[in-house]
Design a protein around this ligand. Structure first.
Ligand code: F6P
Length: 499
């Protein structure tokens, strides 16, 4: 689909991600419909995209439809959202090799330090290169002189390199939503040189935390020759041959106000009341995760069991609600994890349940936003204990929903959010069952005043460094030289700290 704006001199934003921010559904008569995404990323980017005739390029999430049928379905959403969605259709083989294979059986586990879960199949690398080339060709069809292309995440690390081969000169930004691993782990990747070489074709590379950026810099220095770094602060300059690449840390966040508004609704209050009615006279501990081995769900369940054994007075006084959203079930390991979680929940409940009290309530489904906010409002404590995580937005949503500021966040040291939350959360090592059990006990017994002081700090941090701050700081670093030509959301500008 050629773009009508080709040749325009305005700066336009083109977002590129593996998935489009929509969900396609097929009804029983085979008719497709589309539902807009509601995540923080799309909410924050929508105004910037809408005001400048922006575009979002990505895979529609299914291999069952393509061509004019798919474009017609997406056109309906364009009318409603005010920006254009351009699909990158994938065949089932491409999905297999690129998405399930290279992205989710190599990069995902490796970048989360879980080398033993990696399947270094060379055909995955070929599939990854092929699909990244496909994305690039579609981007090029739309690209006009002044556009800024912002590519997201580990599925698309090769896109800039492919675009350079097609003659694109500048204005290519990349943000990695997941962690970047330490040198000794990254070196296990058979395509380590190719991946770094590809990444260095971006003009700006953004990471979640300083830790990720440090890891990346160390890998670049070790694997590549002729590299020097200038500056310090949020964004530094990396000189590589004749290329200048800016590298920064931009912790992603949520729409604070939107979440406060949602949590303050009567509907959420009613649902929260109902949850408490069903679980009277207990404090609720909450875990919410996508089904994934990086989230530390099994370790968390064991830690909860340890807490009940170490502190028997907690029995019949606490309930642990663990919600797990189905995810990536076609990938080996995810189905087994689901079975193992169910087995362990059953075992612990079998061990401790008494008449009128079941210690673990397990929900295997995605919660809608209202239900999720109601659980946040009902729980006293959130247990967010991933083995490793890029950021973890559940932690930020939970704090934001704590309107009375009396809840406690127990957070893994290995979540990206830990750097930002170290003064407010109780930080734990998710592998240390006894340590997590002690943190649960401490949280349950924490005086109200201490809870308040801690939660105040946490909420102030999310309020200030919210999703708009994140979008603005990345775009500011990416296109500072043409900033006056770009609609930065001014309300948040004073809070931006640039290196
Ligand atoms: O955290 C990385 C991420 O790719 C998110 O962007 C996404 O919401 C989540 O994992 C689920 O991923 P998938 O697209 O594989 O279902």
């Amino acid at each position: 689909m050629p773009d009508s704006r080709k040749g325009s001199t305005d700066t336009r934003l083109i977002i590129v991600s593996n998935r489009l921010p929509v969900v396609l559904n097929k009804d029983k008569d085979g008719q497709w419909s589309v539902v807009s995404g509601t995540g923080g990323l799309v909410t924050a980017l929508a105004p910037v995209l809408r005001d400048r005739g922006g575009l979002w390029i990505g895979w529609p999430g299914t291999v069952e439809t393509s061509g004019p049928e798919l474009e017609a379905v997406l056109a309906g959403n364009t009318l409603h959202s005010g920006f254009t969605l351009s699909p990158v259709p994938l065949t089932s083989e491409e999905r297999e090799k690129y998405y399930f294979g290279f992205a989710n059986e190599i990069i995902w586990p490796l970048f989360h330090d879980l080398v033993s879960q990696c399947k270094f199949d060379p055909s995955y690398w070929s599939g990854y290169k092929k699909v990244n080339r496909k994305f690039s060709r579609i981007i090029l069809q739309h690209l006009a002189g002044n556009d800024y292309v912002w590519v997201h995440d580990y599925h698309l690390m090769n896109v800039a390199q492919e675009l350079r081969l097609l003659g694109v000169k500048d204005n290519l930004g990349f943000f990695l939503h997941i962690p970047f691993p330490p040198l000794d782990i990254f070196m296990k990747l058979p395509w380590r040189f190719q991946i770094l070489r590809a990444l260095l074709n971006y003009d700006l590379i953004g990471f979640q935390t300083l830790r990720d950026r440090r890891n990346f810099m160390q890998c670049v220095r070790t694997v590549m020759k002729d590299v020097s770094v200038q500056g310090k602060g949020q964004v530094v300059n990396l000189r590589f041959g004749d290329r200048n690449v800016r590298v920064g840390a931009f912790p992603i966040s949520i729409d604070f106000r939107d979440f406060v508004n949602l949590s303050s609704t009567q509907e959420v209050a009613d649902q929260a009341w109902y949850i408490h009615e069903q679980l009277p006279d207990v404090q609720i501990i909450l875990g919410v995760d996508r089904l994934d081995y990086t989230k530390g769900i099994l370790e968390r369940l064991e830690a909860f069991r340890t807490a009940l054994l170490r502190y028997p007075e907690l029995q019949e006084k606490v309930v642990f609600v663990q919600a797990v959203a189905p995810s990536r079930l076609q990938i080996p390991g995810y189905q087994e994890l689901k079975i193992e979680i169910e087995r362990l929940v059953g075992e612990i409940n079998g061990q401790f349940t008494r008449s009128g009290w079941v210690p673990i309530h397990y929900l295997y489904r995605s919660l809608d936003r209202t239900e999720l906010a109601a659980y946040y409002r009902t729980a006293e404590i959130a247990l967010v204990t991933p083995l490793k995580d890029g950021m973890n937005l559940i932690a930020k949503e939970f704090c934001t929903s704590s309107l009375e500021e009396t809840c406690v966040l127990i957070l893994s040291e290995f979540a990206g959010a830990a750097g930002q939350f170290q003064r407010g959360a109780l930080l734990v090592n998710p592998h240390d069952r006894e340590g997590v059990a002690d943190a649960i006990h401490k949280a349950l017994n924490m005086p109200k005043e201490e809870r308040r002081q801690r939660m105040k700090k946490l909420r102030a941090s999310v309020r200030k460094y919210n999703i708009y701050w994140w979008v603005n700081s990345f775009l500011h670093a990416g296109i500072a030289k043409r900033l006056d030509n770009f609609p930065i959301i001014e309300e948040y500008l004073p809070q931006m700290k640039m290196g």
